[in-house]
Design a binder for this molecule. Structure first.
Ligand code: ZN
Length: 240
């Protein structure tokens, strides 16, 4: 038993899903663990229980693995797109960063990887690039929802729920007339007559007490793919 560490001939073991099957846990080996029947109880599964805590801890691990998977895919694509690029391991970058007297941080690693021999000026801002969904999330209803007899394949979306409205698209970068505000279109309101604006960090940019503004007050700066860019002071940047 991986919980109470009981073992021997008399101990009955069961296979436990660390992330419960009811919570989307898989049958993969990294989600399975052996427990004795004394530990594999209903009580231990419930909030506050030991197995419940395991599930919560495991979920975090899964999130980190998602990031690792993403980086693996990205690395492959970068190396394909830039055949002249060379590969460097983190252990070398660590040494380079130490030699440049740079503190810990992903972007500090980026400076070290660039191959410069000395740092003339310490950076004070970070440029963050993040992805933004370009579609309104809604499930394609191939099978009828619970309580419905027919699948809903014909109904039109409300205008404000489209990925574009009144000449603007989701994630367009706009400026507001008579205001210094600039932001990305995060969503629409009232058939697209109003738009919500956020900076590249997910914060609303308008300081008029509302998060949205009349579409007519917005002028397009750039039409974007699903990328957003934001600059942040180094002192505000959270190390992750
Ligand atoms: Zn046990």
């Amino acid at each position: 038993c991986q919980l109470c560490h009981k073992h021997g001939e008399g101990v009955k073991l069961v296979v436990h899903h660390i992330v419960y099957r009811s919570q989307g846990g898989t049958n993969r080996v990294d989600n399975l663990i052996t427990l004795c029947t004394d530990c594999h109880t209903t009580k231990n599964h419930q909030p506050g229980g030991k197995l419940y805590k395991w599930m919560k801890a495991k979920k975090k691990v899964t999130k980190q693995l998602k990031g690792a998977t993403f980086m693996n895919i990205l690395r492959k694509r970068i190396m394909t797109a830039f055949p002249e690029a060379s590969f460097q391991y983190g252990s070398q970058t660590y040494v380079d960063r130490k030699n440049l007297l740079l503190p810990k941080g992903h972007f500090m690693d980026a400076i070290a990887i660039s191959g410069i021999k000395s740092v003339g000026q310490m950076p004070d801002t970070v440029t963050l690039i993040s992805q933004f969904r370009k579609k309104k999330r809604s499930l394609h209803e191939a099978t009828a929802r619970k309580g419905r007899k027919q699948p809903n394949t014909s109904s039109k979306r409300n205008e404000k729920n489209m990925n574009h409205a009144r000449g603007l698209w989701l994630n367009d970068y706009v400026r507001v007339i008579g205001n210094h505000a600039k932001g990305y279109v995060k969503g629409f309101k009232s058939k697209g007559y109003y738009v919500y604006l956020t900076d590249g960090l997910g914060n609303y940019v308008l300081s008029n007490g509302k998060n949205y503004i009349n579409r007519k007050q917005c002028r397009l700066i750039t039409h974007n793919g699903n990328w957003q860019k934001a600059e942040q002071k180094l002192s505000l940047y959270e190390f992750k």
